[in-house]
Ligand binder design. Structure first.
Ligand SMILES: *Cc1c(COP(=O)(O)O)cnc(C)c1O
Length: 384
């Protein structure tokens, strides 16, 4: 018998309360029971997104709502500024190009944060820009971009600010209204602690005004259809919703309200601090720069002389610990410890212990226990 530990930044582990809630018998969605649940969910999503805006949701992975933002906000040939400092920033560019947008690319090396001043400059140079796209928490590199600072800039222009917070929401602060984030997106299998299959998007008044001018074709992912159904006296969805997932989301919201958003962000910050401190105490180097380290995932350089692919494989095969490898040019060069959503202290200690044992086995000079000692100290100094 072996126990499995899924230390990946999506999908993420699902608490038993959520899993069990989804096992309930099916019920019909054109019923008062479903309308009541939906009203509750809408309240809960507003709490989690820290917004008064509509939060719409669709049966899709995160990429579905990313696509919804393009087709609801834009028209073919519109100018958009897309910031990219990792794999998901690249996806924003590809998505906008797929729909024929005129994309102004702000591309950075993967170990740099997006510079808000660059966005200001591009907005000044391109006053016809319709939208600015930024990933808040870049899952491929662990970098946290400062969407608060960027929001303070974009609010002074006509462009709508669209934020991919798919590994931000539920892990770090994301103050939609206070920070002037017009469109914020997340997916169920990340900080919401759920199985994959639901994605949510908040829409500000500025974004609704932009959507009225949008001429790209839209049907299933139409924000207007979703909002019209949601605003009926008995709230509903335009099409058959993912009923079991929505029941699960109700449970996730209950758990998140119970812990409180501030405590959730604090827990993630401490878990991330322990993961970083532990990795460094083992003699490993962190990938993300000190000015942009997020709390969702900790990317670590594979040490010289160690085969990164082997490290990830041995962790899984021998100890049942799944961490994520690097993507694209970082494949084999970094590994990523996810700690986003349903994670606690012993998940981090388990993973650090596994990494120490595998490194020792691969002949890397490491003193067993150094990483976990350092992480334990972080936890003892920062109770939550
Ligand atoms: C997971 C993720 C997405 C969406 O990916 P899906 O596989 O479509 O859910 C988008 N952006 C970021 C930053 C992510 O981590």
């Amino acid at each position: 018998m072996r126990k499995e530990y899924m230390m990946t930044p999506g999908p993420t582990p699902v608490p038993a309360e959520i899993l069990l809630s989804q096992a309930r018998p099916m019920f019909h969605h054109r019923t008062p029971q479903f309308s009541e649940l939906l009203a509750d969910i809408e309240d809960g999503l507003k709490y989690i997104f820290e917004t008064k805006n509509d939060v719409l949701f669709f049966a899709s992975s995160g990429t579905g709502v990313m696509e919804s933002s393009v087709i609801n906000l834009l028209s073919a040939g519109d100018k958009v500024i897309c910031c990219s400092n990792g794999k998901f920033g690249e996806r924003l560019i590809k998505l906008n190009e797929a729909y024929g947008m005129n994309v102004v690319k702000l591309e950075y090396p993967w170990d740099r944060v997006v510079n808000p001043e660059d966005i200001k400059r591009e907005l000044d140079n391109n006053p016809d820009t319709k939208a600015v796209y930024v990933v808040q928490s870049e899952t491929s590199t662990g970098i946290l971009n400062d969407v608060k600072a960027i929001g303070a800039i974009v609010k002074n222009y006509d462009a709508v600010f669209v934020v991919d917070s798919i590994t931000g929401i539920g892990a770090v602060e994301c103050k939609t209204d206070e920070w002037n984030l017009d469109v914020v997106m997340t997916g169920s299998q990340k900080g919401l602690m759920m199985p994959p299959g639901l994605a949510a998007v908040s829409v500000s008044d500025k974004a609704w005004a932009a959507s009225e001018k949008s001429t790209l074709p839209k049907f299933y992912f139409s924000w207007k259809k979703a909002a019209d159904s949601l605003h009926k006296p008995a709230p509903t969805t335009p099409f058959t919703p993912a009923i079991s997932l929505i029941v699960g989301l109700g449970e996730a919201i209950r758990l998140m309200r119970r812990e409180g958003l501030e405590n959730i962000a604090k827990r993630h910050a401490i878990l991330a601090e322990a993961a970083r401190t532990g990795a460094e105490a083992m003699g490993l180097k962190l990938f993300a720069p000190a000015n942009g380290r997020g709390s969702a995932v900790t990317p670590v350089w594979v040490p010289e002389g160690v085969d990164g692919g082997k490290l990830v494989k041995l962790l899984k095969d021998e100890y049942g610990i799944t961490v994520a490898g690097g993507q694209d040019h970082l494949k084999g060069k970094i590994f990523r410890i996810g700690h986003l959503g349903y994670f606690d202290r012993f998940d981090i200690l388990t993973t650090l212990a596994g990494i120490e044992m595998v490194l020792a086995e691969l002949g890397h000079p490491v003193t067993l226990g150094m990483g976990i000692q350092a992480a334990e100290r972080v936890f003892m100094d920062n109770p939550f």
